[in-house]
Design a protein around this ligand. Structure first.
Ligand SMILES: Cc1ncc(COP(=O)(O)O)c(C=O)c1O
Length: 405
C-alpha cells in the first residue's frame, strides 16, 4: 500500500528499528479481524469474560477523580495499593519467608503486559535468551523479541490426561545466553497447572543454571477446586535469595481488562531498578485506577467468587458438549480456557476463519500460541452460558456438515 508520502508500508518498515520491524502480528487478532462487526458472531477468541467491572470499583475510581486525584504520584504505586497487595498475598499464601509480605515488594504497573515487559527488561538484554514453554500466550515471546532478546520456545507434551512439561527438554534448551524462564501456571492457553512439587523442581533447575523465573500466575485464582483459594504458587517454595519476579494483573480476577493495571512483585532490594523502568515507561499508574485496584484487593472476594462460578459453569458446558464430538481431544482445562485439538486440522487459522464465516463461532487458532499449538483451538468459557451452548451447538453442526457421511 502506498501512502500519501509516496512510500509503501514496506518502505516505512525499512526505516524502523530491527526489533519494531520484526514484531509479529498477533495470530489471534488476525482471526478476530475476520469476525469483527459480524452480527450474530459468538466471540470466544478473547482472553476475557463478558462481565463489566463491578460497579463499586467503578464508583471508587469516579470518586477519586471527583476528589481531584489527578496528579502525578509515586512511580512505585500508592502506599495504600502496595499495602493492600501485601495483605492480599498474606491471605492467600500465609506470608513469605516466615513473615508477612512486605508492601515494598510490590509495584503498580500499567497492566500485566507491562509487568511482563519490565520483567524482561530487568533480566534479558540484546542477544540474551528467554525460555518460553509453548503453547503460550503469544505476547510473551513477542515482548522478548521487542526487547532485542530471543525467545526459545520449548513445547509442552499433550495427552488427554493433561499437558506435561519435561524438565529435560527445558534443560536442553539452556545455552550460554539464557537468562530467564517464563513460567505461566495456570497456562493460557493450555490450562497446564504446575503442582507444588513441579514448581519446586523447576525452581531447582533454574537455581542450578542461575536463571530468573518470570512467574505469571495471573489465573491462579481460577482453581476449579472449591477447597482451594489459589492454584499452587511459587510463593510457597521460593527462598529469599531466589531469582523470581512475579507478574500479575487486575484484569481477570475483577473483570478489569480495559483498565490496564497490574503489578510486579520483586525482591525488595530491586526497588530502585523496577522504579526506574516504570519511570521511563509510563512514570506510574493513574491514581484513580490505583484506588479502585486497592478496593478490589480488599473487598473484591465476593465479586471474584461470582466470576469463578460463571467460569465453572462455562467449563462444564463446553467440556460436556465437546467431549461428545468425534475427532476432538483435550486435556482438563485451566485458567478460563479450553484448548482442544481437532483431528486432521493442519491450518488452524484457515479453519477458524471458515468457522467464523460459516457458523458465526469465533475461536483463537492454536497456531497463534507457538510451537505445539497447530491443530488446536482456544475457547474462552468465562461467558454467558447460553452463548456457550449456542456456540458448541453451532460448532457441532458445522463439524458434522463437513465430515463425510
Ligand atoms: C497469561 C497472561 N498473562 C498476562 C496477561 C496480561 O493481562 P493484562 O495485560 O490485561 O493485564 C494475560 C492476558 O491475557 C495473560 O493471559
Amino acid at each position: 500500500m502506498t501512502s500519501i508520502s509516496g512510500l509503501s508500508s514496506a518502505d516505512w518498515r525499512a526505516r524502523l528499528s530491527a526489533e519494531a520491524a520484526a514484531a509479529p502480528a498477533s495470530g489471534i487478532a488476525q482471526v478476530m479481524r475476520h469476525g469483527f462487526g459480524r452480527s450474530g458472531i459468538i466471540p470466544l477468541w478473547v482472553g476475557e469474560g463478558d462481565q463489566p467491572t463491578p460497579a463499586f470499583l467503578c464508583e471508587a475510581a469516579a470518586a477519586a477523580l471527583a476528589r481531584g486525584e489527578t496528579f502525578y504520584m509515586p512511580q512505585a504505586g500508592l502506599t495504600e495499593l502496595r499495602g493492600a497487595l501485601g495483605a492480599y498475598h498474606d491471605r492467600l499464601y500465609g506470608g513469605l519467608f516466615g513473615a508477612p509480605f512486605r508492601a515494598e515488594r510490590f509495584f503498580a504497573t500499567g497492566s500485566g503486559m507491562q509487568a511482563i515487559q519490565i520483567a524482561i527488561r530487568l533480566t534479558a538484554g540484546a542477544g540474551d535468551e528467554v525460555i518460553v514453554p509453548t503453547p503460550a500466550w503469544p505476547n510473551f515471546a513477542a515482548a522478548v523479541g521487542v526487547a532485542g532478546a530471543v525467545a526459545r520456545q520449548v513445547p509442552l507434551h499433550f495427552a488427554s490426561t493433561g499437558w506435561h512439561m519435561d524438565l529435560d527438554d527445558i534443560e536442553r534448551s539452556i545455552g550460554p545466553r539464557t537468562r530467564a524462564l517464563f513460567l505461566n501456571s495456570p497456562s493460557n492457553p493450555t490450562g497446564w497447572t504446575a503442582s507444588e512439587a513441579e514448581l519446586g523442581a523447576i525452581l531447582d533447575l533454574c537455581r542450578r543454571h542461575g536463571l530468573w523465573i518470570i512467574a505469571d500466575e495471573v489465573y491462579s485464582r481460577f482453581t476449579y477446586d472449591m477447597a482451594l483459594r489459589s492454584t499452587p504458587s511459587l510463593h510457597s517454595v521460593v527462598a529469599a535469595d531466589d531469582r523470581v519476579l512475579f507478574v500479575n494483573t487486575f484484569s481477570k480476577n475483577w473483570a478489569m481488562t480495559g483498565w490496564r493495571i497490574g503489578w510486579i512483585e520483586a525482591p525488595e532490594a530491586l526497588g530502585p531498578a523496577v522504579e526506574n523502568l516504570i519511570q521511563y515507561a509510563t512514570s506510574g499508574v493513574a491514581v484513580f485506577m490505583q484506588r479502585a485496584a486497592a478496593l478490589a484487593l480488599n473487598q473484591g472476594e465476593v465479586a471474584l467468587a461470582a466470576l469463578m462460578e460463571r467460569a465453572r459453569a462455562g467449563r462444564d458446558i463446553v467440556t460436556g458438549a465437546l467431549a461428545r464430538l468425534p475427532g476432538i481431544d483435550f486435556a482438563p482445562p485451566g485458567a478460563f480456557y479450553l484448548f482442544f485439538r481437532v483431528d486432521g486440522v493442519s491450518d488452524s487459522t484457515a479453519f477458524a476463519s471458515a468457522l467464523i464465516r460459516e457458523a458465526d463461532v469465533g475461536l483463537a487458532p492454536g497456531s497463534a500460541f507457538g510451537l505445539g499449538g497447530e491443530g488446536f483451538f482456544r475457547l474462552c468459557f468465562a461467558r454467558d452460558p447460553n452463548d456457550l451452548r449456542a456456540a458448541c451447538g453451532g460448532f457441532a453442526d458445522w463439524m458434522a456438515a463437513r465430515s463425510p457421511a
